[in-house]
Structure formats: structure tokens, C-alpha cells
Design a protein around this ligand. Structure first.
Ligand code: MN3
Length: 212
């Protein structure tokens, strides 16, 4: 038993021209694959711990490990935090996007827009704040729209591959701002990457996660 790299729900070139095929392929087949491999390698050192997690749906077991990171054996805790977080974050990221023909960039429902507007002033103000947070995050990490205690919306950033699962934060929408996510096409222009990313955001998934 081990974690597996999930298949992308679309082709590597599906998000063109906003995210290029080469970036998607390296990001998924190399970066994400490496997180999965290293997570499995870490867990192999503690068969009893890994065994206790077996039998649960993969994402559920991952969430449990990341939420209770202090219960992970100490010598593999950092590896699980980084690589388990990496596997978890990327697994969410892929399904939070879609090609424009497949619903990417479609506006959220009226109720969800109202919820966002009630929190951030307007839907446009939310996008501006999220874009500024993503572009301004120092170094590698992620920018998230999270729901806190199942009601309040908040924009947060996390460093490295830390997952926003602690403190009851449920990730609704996440954007990878590591350079590997955009450098081939955008080089140092992270803000341009973020602006273009809105064209492939799958709001359906964010809403589904909010309601779940
Ligand atoms: Mn990445």
C-alpha cells in the first residue's frame, strides 16, 4: 500500500494559454510525483503507523495526518509535513482548475458571489485581495481562500507545502505560487500568472467544498 499520483482530470495542454502544457507536465509528472514518492518513502520507515492509516480513503488519511501532525513519528514528521502536504495541496489544486471549455473561469453562483461580496466588499475586491496576497507572498508557498469553522471566508497564504487544515481552516480554492508552477512561461512575473489563473478557476469545486 502506498499513496499514488492521481491522474489529471484533463490533458496537460487543457489550460493553455493561461498555464502552458510543459509547465503542467513537469509540475504533475515530476514535482507532484516526487512528493508522493518521498511521502511513501517516509511512511515505509514506520510500517505500524502507515498500517493504521491504511484502509481509509487516501485524501481522508492524508488530512488526518496533516491535521494531527504531532502524532506522526518524530523522525518522519518534517518529511510528512512537506511531502504529505505537497501531495495533498497538489491533489486539490488540479481539480480546482479546468479548461475554459470545461467550466474554468465560469462565474460562481449568485449566492456564492454574495457570500464573497459580504466578506470582502465585492467579488472584484476579493479577486484583487487574493491576487495581491498571492503575488506578495514571500518565497515558495500557496495562497488560499479558506472557510473557517464552516462559515467565515478568509484569504491566507501558507509557506512551502504547509496545508491549511489546522485551526479548522477548510481550503476552498488554492493557488500554487512556487516558481515551478509558473516560471517557464511567466519567469519572475508572478502577478501576471495569478491574473491569468482566474481564467481556469473552477468555482464549482470551491462551492462544492464550501457546502460539503
Ligand atoms: Mn507545485
Amino acid at each position: 500500500m502506498g499513496y499514488e499520483l492521481p491522474k489529471l482530470p484533463y490533458a496537460y495542454d487543457a489550460l493553455e494559454p493561461f498555464i502552458d502544457a510543459r509547465t503542467m507536465e513537469i509540475h504533475h509528472a515530476k514535482h507532484h510525483a516526487a512528493y508522493v514518492e518521498k511521502l511513501n518513502a517516509a511512511l515505509e520507515k514506520h510500517p505500524a503507523f502507515a498500517e493504521a492509516m491504511a484502509g481509509k480513503p487516501e485524501m481522508e488519511a492524508l488530512e488526518e495526518m496533516l491535521r494531527n501532525i504531532n502524532a506522526v513519528p518524530e523522525d518522519i514528521r518534517t518529511a510528512v509535513r512537506n511531502n504529505g502536504g505537497g501531495h495533498y495541496n497538489h491533489s486539490l489544486f488540479w481539480v480546482m482548475m479546468a479548461s475554459p471549455a470545461g467550466g474554468g473561469g465560469d462565474a460562481p453562483s449568485r449566492e456564492f458571489i454574495k457570500l464573497i461580496a459580504d466578506t470582502f466588499g465585492s467579488f472584484d475586491a476579493f479577486k484583487e485581495k487574493f491576487t495581491a496576497a498571492a503575488a506578495g507572498h514571500f518565497g515558495s508557498g500557496w495562497c488560499w481562500l479558506v472557510s473557517i469553522h464552516n462559515q467565515t471566508l478568509q484569504i491566507i497564504t501558507t509557506a512551502n507545502q504547509d496545508a491549511p487544515l489546522t485551526n479548522g481552516q477548510v481550503p476552498l480554492l488554492g493557488l500554487d505560487v512556487w516558481e515551478h508552477a509558473y516560471y517557464l512561461k511567466y519567469q519572475n512575473r508572478r502577478a501576471e500568472y495569478v491574473e491569468n489563473w482566474w481564467n481556469v478557476v473552477r468555482w464549482q469545486e470551491a462551492e462544492r467544498r464550501y457546502r460539503a
